[in-house]
Design a protein around this ligand. Structure first.
Ligand code: DGJ
Length: 725
């Protein structure tokens, strides 16, 4: 078992390949956090609890009158509000008397093999029971009757632990859950740098890095989605940690709505991180006997640098988060018509698209926005999920038949959480959108958001989608989401439940995604939100790939893909070659190859030379598919550190194959460019396919590949393909 309860000193010890995590039951049944870091034995851990700074301003607990213990300074496993711990609170309930004092103490625990799903929420899973062990620790707040179970699952081989929290009301009075974080961790010291992924539309997931300062630093969303602006990911790393060296604690929330990550450095130089549902705008009314589940958080620890941290996330997500047929099956090579035609298409145009696409070797046509209602602009018809026959003159089945006859599969676009004011559905049900009585309805992209917290509303939308999907030969769905949530309230809920609407909304989205993937297990679901505005592990549970960004410029894509790769694997990043951009097709392909590859252009407009070039690219896509989709990523030179070159490498699990890509952002005038490779077997000999030269893995990793004479120029790029002999 990777989880043990050691009776002698009442500690829980959670061991994985790269980490040890210890907490224990202390006097007064406080749960005290002892340690999270590289593996250690279970001796001497008492020392870890003792922290300096005990003073008269640090409250003493009558039930734990032990030297040097105060809830204010002792590292606590799951902090609460109002009972002596003045640092960030992981949990607070407002009781029926109206106060928020909360104090959770240990009651009992259970350890078992495997892992249970979280009702209604996405979560990591085990393929076999022996992959992971789970610890459930029951705690209780005696006054309110809040029974809170802290759940930990150790993925032994990965160096990863997941956590989630279950709250039950065991009293005879209701209470409100005011704050429920999924994770709380106290680390000694503040010698860390914090990493986060920030951005906006067309510039998602750039990497920011800064030293922790005293006080609170935060990353949050209150947009009703995880957002382009901040990602529910952060890492605390030792000062100077780089791709290969240094301690890294990575944290990621399996959630697609309002999240919050706070790190507080207190006056005693301790750092506490809490992560979970954003308490702002949240409050959950829990009646006697009811249960609430908070989303899952993932923690990864390694002392081998950021590269290893990312690879742990990648392995974990590829094996224990992504599900269904497309987890391992080769995904169809698609062409999407959005950048080629916008909404300006008809039956003949798409059939011609399909013919040309087939000619160059593509496998699936995705018909994007514009096929339904009276949709010629983005100002109408969302929610009218029936075919615009004035555009698709032979109906959907007629179109799909002709596309299939060309030898292509067919995919389709929906935006199921949205409604246009100019739509039949809105005219029939003007109250179906999110709105607050007496207030203006904010409009964005000329659309409103459908109130997915209402079952009858989402059932109606799903029944329209079901009709389309069950009556047609459709292999792929792109699920888009092009605005954020405003005026979030729901007239169907009583006042005490208005703080639940954001969370109920995302539960509604998860429910429909679950129904779709269960009813149509053959369909490849690609998530999208104006590009990568909802790129999070919650979405990956339903859709194995996500459209990474509306920005398909290969140079601007570099920061987006490097940032995304911090915790999400290559197979999840939708990446397409498009027209009208500043580099040639070679660089567009080289960048898009690092992801779920496809095209986003009008093939009718390609010259014969371009067609020939794309045919060659497609052959390369097939050749490199396995090393990209199932290989291990090494970021060799990142755009966050080098303005001239970037380089990345994917290495097969057996280390027999590697694909290196170098992009020259601007001419470096490097006289001598040695690129040290990583992740190879030092004992093996590798042949460079392009030149026929052979080098040992040790040479390539320690001395490097001499790329001095490779072509230079702004936006040029090349690949180096290595095969073990
Ligand atoms: C935003 C997406 O990111 C695009 O790819 C495209 O599907 C448009 N929406 C369609 O409206």
């Amino acid at each position: 078992m990777s989880i043990r309860f050691i009776e002698e000193n009442k500690i829980f010890k959670l061991d994985s390949k790269t980490s040890t995590y210890i907490f224990g039951v202390f006097e007064g049944n406080y749960l005290v956090h002892y340690y999270y870091g590289a593996p250690i034995p279970d001796t001497d851990v008492e020392q870890l609890r003792i922290r300096p700074g005990f003073a008269s301003f640090c409250p003493d607990s009558p039930s734990a009158r032990v030297f040097n213990f105060s809830p204010d300074v002792t590292p606590l496993e799951y902090s609460t509000f109002g009972a002596g711990d003045f640092r960030l609170s992981a949990f607070a309930v407002k009781n029926s008397e109206g106060n928020k004092v909360t104090d959770l103490r240990y009651v009992s625990h259970e350890i078992y093999s495997g892992k249970k799903p979280i009702p209604g929420l996405p979560s990591l899973y085990v393929n076999t029971e022996d992959e992971a062990d789970t610890l459930e620790v029951l705690t209780e707040d005696k006054v309110t009757g809040a029974r809170v179970t802290l759940v930990y699952t150790v993925f032994k081989e990965y160096g990863a632990i997941t956590r989630c929290v279950k709250v039950e009301n065991a009293s005879d009075k209701p209470f409100y859950i005011d704050t429920v974080h999924s994770l709380c961790i106290d680390l000694p010291g503040n010698d860390y740098e914090m990493l986060d992924l920030y951005g906006r539309w067309v510039k998602e997931r750039s990497l920011d890095r800064y030293p922790l300062h005293r006080g609170i630093q935060s990353i949050k969303s209150k947009r009703g989605s995880s957002s382009h602006n901040h990602n529910p990911f952060t890492a605390l790393v030792s000062k100077g940690a780089n791709e290969d060296y240094g301690e890294c604690y990575g944290f990621n929330l399996v959630y697609s709505s309002n999240f919050s990550i706070d790190v507080e450095v207190d006056g005693f130089r301790s750092s506490r991180l809490v992560m979970g549902i954003n308490p702002e705008g949240f409050s959950w009314y829990l009646a006697p006997g009811e249960t609430f589940y908070a989303p899952e958080a993932v923690m990864v620890y390694t002392n081998k640098g950021l590269g290893e941290m990312s690879r742990i996330f990648h392995r974990l997500y590829a094996n224990n988060l992504i599900r269904g047929k497309w987890k391992k099956a080769k995904r169809p090579l698609l062409i999407n018509n959005w950048e080629g035609t916008g909404m300006n298409f008809d039956h003949d145009k798409l059939v011609s698209f399909a013919k040309h696409a087939k000619d160059i070797g593509l496998e699936m046509l995705v018909m994007d926005d514009g096929w339904f209602g009276k949709r010629d602009h983005d100002n109408s018809s969302l929610g009218d999920w029936y075919v615009a026959e004035y555009k698709l003159q032979k109906g959907l089945s007629g179109l799909i038949k002709e596309v299939n006859d060309c030898g292509l599969k067919f995919g389709i676009w929906f935006e199921p959480e949205m409604i246009s004011p100019d739509s039949d559905i809105y005219r029939a049900h003007p109250d179906w959108c999110l709105h607050t009585e007496g207030r203006d309805k904010s409009i964005a992209r000329t659309q409103y958001v459908i109130d997915y917290s209402r079952k009858e509303v989402r059932d109606h939308i799903y029944s329209m989608m079901y009709d389309i999907l069950s009556n047609n030969n459709i292999d792929y769905v792109k699920w888009d989401f092009n605005r954020n949530l405003t005026e979030v309230s729901c007239a169907q809920l009583p006042p005490e439940k208005q703080g639940e609407v954001f969370h109920r909304f995302v539960l509604g989205t998860y429910e429909i995604m679950d129904r779709l993937t269960t009813d149509f297990p053959h369909i490849l679901l690609e998530n999208c939100s104006g590009g990568g505005g909802r790129f999070d592990p919650g979405m990956l549970y339903y859709s194995p790939q996500i459209w990474t960004s509306d920005n398909t410029d290969p140079i601007e894509r570099l920061t987006i893909q490097f940032g995304t790769s911090m915790c999400y694997p290559a197979s999840t990043m939708g990446a397409h070659v498009s027209a009208n951009r500043r580099t040639g097709y070679e660089t567009k392909m080289n960048v898009a190859l690092w992801g779920s590859f496809g095209y986003e252009l009008d093939p009718d407009k390609l010259t014969p030379e371009e067609k020939a070039e794309i045919k060659d690219q497609i052959a390369l896509y097939h050749k490199y598919y396995d090393v990209i989709h199932y290989g291990e990523l090494y970021r060799l030179i990142t755009p966050f550190e080098n303005e001239f070159h970037v380089a990345w490498e994917l290495v097969s699990e057996d280390k027999n194959e590697a694909l290196v890509t170098v992009v020259e952002i601007k001419r470096a005038y490097d006289e001598f460019f040695m690129l040290r490779l990583k992740g190879l077997d030092p004992e093996k000999l590798y042949e460079i396919e392009e030149t026929g030269d052979t080098f040992s893995g040790a040479y390539l990793m320690n001395a490097g590949l001499n790329l001095t004479h490779r072509p230079h120029g702004d936006g040029l790029s090349y690949r180096v393909h290595l095969l073990a002999k």
